[in-house]
Design a protein around this ligand. Structure first.
Ligand code: AMP
Length: 289
């Protein structure tokens, strides 16, 4: 596994792999890797023969400077995990390599109006800007994103289409801890007590699933039941619990077509997110989370 810090080194390694007839898979991350990240590499291997991972804590996507300064970092551990997962090339740029006097940014309208877009101003602009830059640097054939960050994944798909990046976007399922908590680098910042309580996010989604499967379609009723579950998990502080149409992430009053239920909850200073996608087979609701 090669570990490189410069754009020119990425370009030359990727060119060599391409010269060998390999398709390039790409998994962008902010590091502090867990099984969720590694599952994206596994998925990428289904479509490509050369795996590139970036590890870059992208300051411009943090709307809260404290969240940025406390973001966990352990590069040596990340390199071991990436090597074990079969990554061929890790790109770990420093900030100067990625941004000098960047005046250009990428935004996606409509899809970013609700959910995390509403509560984290500027966040997605930072994400799409760095993903665009990374796509131009790596020039992958396929890039895999996690359902865990569903608004990001859906918007990156649209950005890729709108800006004609020749990249296939794949969305991979959320990997969870045994008790249901979605894996996240930020979980490392939870106190033992907060960690126990944080299972409420996935429990709330499970409750929503039960309601949907038994025929409930009112967004208000489902959100109310989920709110009760989070509130029982004090000190969880709800940022949002929303139900949106999948096609454009517009908020919905009823769950009658492909939809997403997403939530964000603070435990102390740590903000956790989770979601599930609802599809219909006839009248029957099916939930993926
Ligand atoms: P991050 O390092 O948190 O920016 O995440 C990098 C990529 O990993 C994004 O596409 C995330 O959606 C994805 N990811 C994060 N957590 C998980 C998880 N628990 N399961 C699957 N993918 C994840």
């Amino acid at each position: 596994m090669h570990i490189v810090k410069t754009i020119s080194e990425v370009r030359s390694h990727v060119a060599q792999a391409r010269g060998e007839g390999k398709r390039i898979g790409f998994v962008p991350t902010m590091g502090y890797l867990h099984r969720g990240h590694l599952s994206l590499v596994e998925e990428s291997k289904k479509y490509s023969e050369y795996q590139v991972m970036s590890i870059f804590v992208n300051r411009i996507q943090f709307n809260d400077p404290k969240d940025f300064s406390s973001y966990p970092i352990d590069l040596e551990r990340d390199f071991d995990l990436a090597r074990g997962a079969g990554v061929d090339l890790v790109f770990v740029p420093d900030e100067g390599e990625m941004y000098t006097d960047n005046l250009t940014h990428v935004d996606v309208d409509v899809l970013t109006e609700n959910l995390c877009g509403a509560s984290r101003p500027g966040h997605f602009r930072g994400v799409f800007t760095v993903v665009s830059k990374l796509f131009n640097i790596v020039q992958p054939d396929v890039s895999v994103f996690g359902q865990k960050d569903i608004q990001q994944a859906v918007s990156v798909e649209k950005m890729t289409e709108d800006l004609n990046f020749p990249v296939r976007i794949v969305i991979a399922p959320t990997v969870r801890e045994k008790d249901g908590l979605a894996m996240s680098s930020r979980n490392a910042r939870l106190s033992p007590d907060e960690r126990k309580r944080a299972v409420a996010l996935s429990r709330a989604l499970r409750r929503a699933e039960e309601m949907l499967v038994s025929g409930e379609r009112s967004a208000g009723s489902i959100v109310a039941a989920m709110t009760d579950i989070i509130n029982e998990s004090k000190p969880g502080k709800i940022d949002y619990i929303s139900i949106a149409r999948y096609s454009d992430l517009a908020l919905a009053d009823a769950v009658t077509e492909k939809s997403v239920i997403a939530l964000a909850v603070f435990y102390g200073a740590t903000r956790l997110i989770d979601n599930m996608i609802i599809t219909f087979e006839g009248e029957r609701a099916q939930c993926a989370y």
